[in-house]
Design a protein around this ligand. Structure first.
Ligand code: GLU
Length: 423
């Protein structure tokens, strides 16, 4: 955790430059105008709120929350809410920009947003967590809504928190508004597949990229950083498909086994012990060690800025699947490209979550429930189409997938702005 936090601080500027560097590249490469670049660089709306929460201890504690709506030319703003004590406006803004690009890459009718509360939820009791969630929603209620901005889960937020968000919003509005938030429990209009849809979408694009590089699927060695919702399900799905998951980690440490970990058993151990660390029959590995582990595919599925210029040369993988948002800094991205590592960028790799959020939102608006096979089939189709659209923009020879994905997203957003008369 400390190392992650250190990185988050130290490389805050790098994060800005990754998204912005890429936008600058597109700007130069596509001959965009200065107005177009400005329009893409500045968030349309950004809210910082402070709100009091009466804690179970009896004290009143002030919390700071954020919500940034980066662009909504293609539809209502969409993006997660994270509870992380180092969240600030700048980070939320970058993550909101990534959401706008992500929704455009997979061609769903949403803009991009991100927000959350600067809090460490692991230190809160359940009732305090609920009250922080409700206080935050009361503070931003005027700015969200099914046709304005639709939150969803992100780092350290889950279905229960989405249920509290729904309930608080509906209390304020005094009517049912299920489409105001996605990632809800299925009993409240959510889609069960949403729990693992980010992971599944990532596996879909990974398998296409592996085919592209002529790497056979079964038996390939995979290392996964992070064992939260995204990391755990990605490891599980790959394990079920015959990949060898040789290392996994969480904030408390990691484990490795070159013969491949038994992921269901690791999960059982984590549920009992609170961490993957200490799992019997595997060797311990640090988070830094995991990023440099011997493997074919590296999957950073935790926080931002995990691979930077100091450790990018240690990466052994041939393919990096960015399941976290912005896990690589701009320098790391450059180094990996020159080392011929295929990097599947976050805005494509982890878009499966927001794609199924879109299905959930549509389902809620029409008061319908989709059968699971329809959800899975449309997710697969959407990811395949996005992958093909990105590859189609790669010039002959080696594909720099991040650049192609940004180009695709930027073109789509600018076209919407043009049609609206904003350009
Ligand atoms: N937090 C997720 C992301 O970063 C999902 C957002 C959503 O479903 O709206 O993509």
């Amino acid at each position: 955790m400390n190392r992650n936090h250190e990185r988050l601080h130290r490389d805050e500027k790098d994060l800005r430059s990754l998204a912005m560097t890429e936008l600058q590249n597109i700007y130069a490469g596509l001959g965009l105008t200065r107005e177009e670049l400005d329009l893409l660089s500045l968030p349309r709306r950004s809210f910082t709120v402070s709100f009091p929460v009466k804690m179970t201890s009896g004290r009143t504690q002030m919390y700071t929350g954020y919500r940034v709506q980066h662009n909504d030319a293609r539809g209502p703003a969409k993006g997660g809410i994270r509870f992380h004590h180092e969240l600030d406006e700048e980070h939320a803004t970058e993550l909101a920009l990534l959401m706008a690009l992500k929704c455009a890459v997979v061609n769903i009718p949403f803009g991009g947003a991100k927000g959350g509360v600067a809090v460490n939820p692991l230190e809160l009791s359940r009732i305090d967590l609920e009250n922080v969630t409700r206080g935050y929603i009361r503070a931003i209620a005027d700015h969200i809504g099914p046709f304005k901005d639709i939150p969803a889960p992100d780092v350290y937020t889950d279905e229960q928190i989405m249920a509290w968000i729904l309930d608080e919003y509906e209390r304020i509005k005094r009517e049912h508004v299920p489409a105001v938030v996605t990632g809800k429990p299925p009993e409240l209009g959510g889609i069960a597949v949403r729990r693992y849809s980010t992971a599944l979408g990532g596996v879909h694009v990974l398998e296409q990229a592996l085919k592209e590089r002529g790497m056979a699927g079964s038996g390939l060695r995979v290392a996964v950083q992070g064992f939260g919702n995204v990391g755990e399900h990605t490891a599980r799905i790959l394990h079920e498909r015959g990949y060898r998951v040789v290392a996994v980690s969480d904030v408390n440490g990691g484990i490795q086994d070159p013969a491949g970990l038994d992921i269901p058993a690791v999960r059982k151990h984590r549920d009992a012990a609170g961490s993957v660390a200490g799992y019997a029959g595997a060797r311990a590995i640090t988070n830094a060690g995991l990023l440099a582990a011997e493997c074919d595919v590296l999957i950073p599925a935790a926080l931002s800025n995990q691979v930077d210029k100091s450790n990018a040369r240690e990466v052994k993988a041939t393919v990096v699947l960015e399941m976290a948002n912005a896990p690589l800094t701009a320098e790391a991205d450059e180094i990996l490209f020159h080392r011929d590592v295929t990097v599947i960028p976050d805005i494509l790799a982890n878009a499966g979550g927001v794609v199924v959020s879109y299905f959930e939102w549509s389902q809620n608006l029409s008061n319908d429930t989709w059968p699971e096979d329809k959800v899975l089939a449309r997710l697969a189709l959407t990811m395949a189409a996005a992958y093909a659209d990105v590859l189609a923009l790669c010039s002959n020879g080696r594909c720099r997938m991040r650049q192609a994905a940004y180009e695709l997203a930027v073109k789509r957003i600018l076209q919407a702005e043009r049609l609206r008369g904003n350009l």
